[in-house]
Design a protein around this ligand. Structure first.
Ligand code: NAI
Ligand code: 13P
Ligand code: NI
Length: 404
């Protein structure tokens, strides 16, 4: 166990929110410079003899090679699958990558080891789950909060869908590898955390307005991770060991929060839907991908702005638009009016979020990432449809109030 899971497990047992919480299958979580030695000891302890390492060219160079050397030295049998990039040079968590992993993995494998960032993890998470084999996580960059979650956001026939699969049985994050990761990936990890400002607001709103399952403990875990990153923004911007540890632990904890719900409510709201929409559009246009955390980072202040400029004035006038929402929704809005107002007021200003993103070396505006204004505007009208079962303020605004 790790300090994170040691603290969380007993608290989950006490949680009385009334919702099912998934068990945390993660037996060991190491964030340190001896991560690879610990991984080998774990493999021995579990008697995992046939290991399938999944990486891509870059993550193999960053960590896979030295990990495989260690396996070799310890006479542990392994195969390597280097997932191929697409025509644009991007490794994508899609059908082709999954089939490659399934084809290149022996049927009698004991355990998978995902050596990479978010994409390699999701490919491995899904493939290992389908083969009914556990997987071990070796993050190569603190770029997303998906290492410990159970969902695999995949591109299937060009559409980004999240399929619940499995969480890793152990995580071995090498601090030496993480601090050598490209600076943009560290900034992206911070962006994925900043996105929790709006995802948590959307989640709370969804609970009040649409009775979506909600858990205050999971909310608190996520908020705590966000706060740790904001409080240590200078360390994260420095890129030193202390900042990398804070960021990585926050990302791992937010992933566990998702895992507990078996859903990404806590970590992914309208800002993520914009990002997914842009990602799909870039694939259609054959444009090089932009890091997930960079996209959700710039989408966060945009969503805050949109809620303040569009939702708030309309919400105040809902009484004058009797046809726009039904009676149940109107009653719920009335009952929660003060809380919703407080919730929106709790959000930081868009300017403050942009300043934070810039401080860690990230982009603050979509155009800096090559996301043009017409695409931004279209996504604000349509992105919520990517997740028809995920209620957000954007969903409410577009489907219930404006009827777009
Ligand atoms: N499962 C979940 O709950 C979550 C999944 N995600 C998913 O994760 C994906 C994005 O993952 P990211 O980590 O942003 O990017 P990524 O995994 O696509 O990696 C981007 C690039 O960075 C390279 N890279 C990774 N580590 C490196 C290192 N140490 N040195 C040099 N290059 C390195 C990779 O080879 C790749 O070319 C998206 O598909 C997103 O939807 C994001 C959050 C949560
Ligand atoms: O990126 C995520 C959390 O940071 C999860 O995204 P989904 O909601 O698309 O699974
Ligand atoms: Ni994310």
């Amino acid at each position: 166990m790790s300090p994170i899971t040691e603290e969380i497990v007993p608290l989950v047992k006490q949680c009385d929110c009334g919702h099912l919480h998934y068990d945390i299958p993660i037996e060991q979580m190491t964030v340190g410079c001896d991560a690879f030695e610990q991984l080998v000891a774990y493999l021995r302890h579990k008697r995992y003899e046939k290991v399938a390492v999944v990486a891509d060219d870059r993550t193999f160079a960053a960590a896979g090679k030295s990990l495989c050397d260690e396996l070799e030295n310890q006479s542990i049998r392994y195969t390597i699958c280097l997932v191929q990039p697409d025509e644009n040079g991007d490794v994508i968590a899609d059908e082709r990558s999954i089939v490659q992993v399934l084809l290149e993995t022996p049927n009698d494998v004991d355990v998978f080891v995902a050596v990479g960032a978010g994409t390699i993890h999701d490919i491995t998470r899904f493939s290992s789950h389908k083969m009914k084999v556990p997987f071990i996580s070796v993050p190569t960059a603190p770029s997303v909060d998906g290492f410990t979650s159970m969902g695999a956001p995949l591109i299937i026939r060009g559409v980004k869908k999240t399929i619940q699969a499995q969480a890793p049985v152990a995580v071995f994050a090498h601090t030496g590898v993480l601090s050598q990761a490209p600076k943009e990936m560290i900034a992206a990890g911070f962006g994925d955390m900043v996105a929790k400002y709006t995802s948590l607001v959307d989640w709370q709103f969804a609970h009040w307005m649409a009775d979506e399952p909600y858990c205050p403990f999971v909310h608190q875990l996520t908020e705590q991770s966000l706060k740790a990153c904001v409080d240590h923004i200078d360390d994260i911007a420095d890129g030193g060991e202390q900042g990398i540890r804070v960021l990585m632990n926050a990302l791992l904890q937010s992933g566990i929060a998702m895992l507990l719900m078996g859903q990404s409510y806590s970590a992914s709201g309208a800002e993520h839907h914009l990002s997914h929409y842009w990602e799909m559009e870039f694939l259609r246009r054959n444009k090089r991908q932009v890091l997930h955390g960079a996209k959700v980072g710039v989408a966060t202040p945009m969503i805050i702005e949109h809620y303040q400029r569009v939702f708030w004035p309309l919400w105040n006038k809902l009484e004058e638009r009797p046809k726009s929402i039904d009676e149940t929704a109107r009653k719920r809005l009335k009952a929660n009016a003060a809380s919703i107002q407080k919730l929106l007021e709790s959000l930081p200003s868009p300017g403050r979020v942009r300043t934070m993103l810039e401080k860690v070396g990230g982009a603050a505006l979509p155009e800096q990432l090559g996301i043009d204004l017409p695409l931004v505007e279209r996504s604000l009208r349509e992105a919520h449809r990517l997740r028809p079962n995920r209620f957000t303020i954007l969903y409410f605004l577009n489907e219930w109030v404006l009827g777009t």
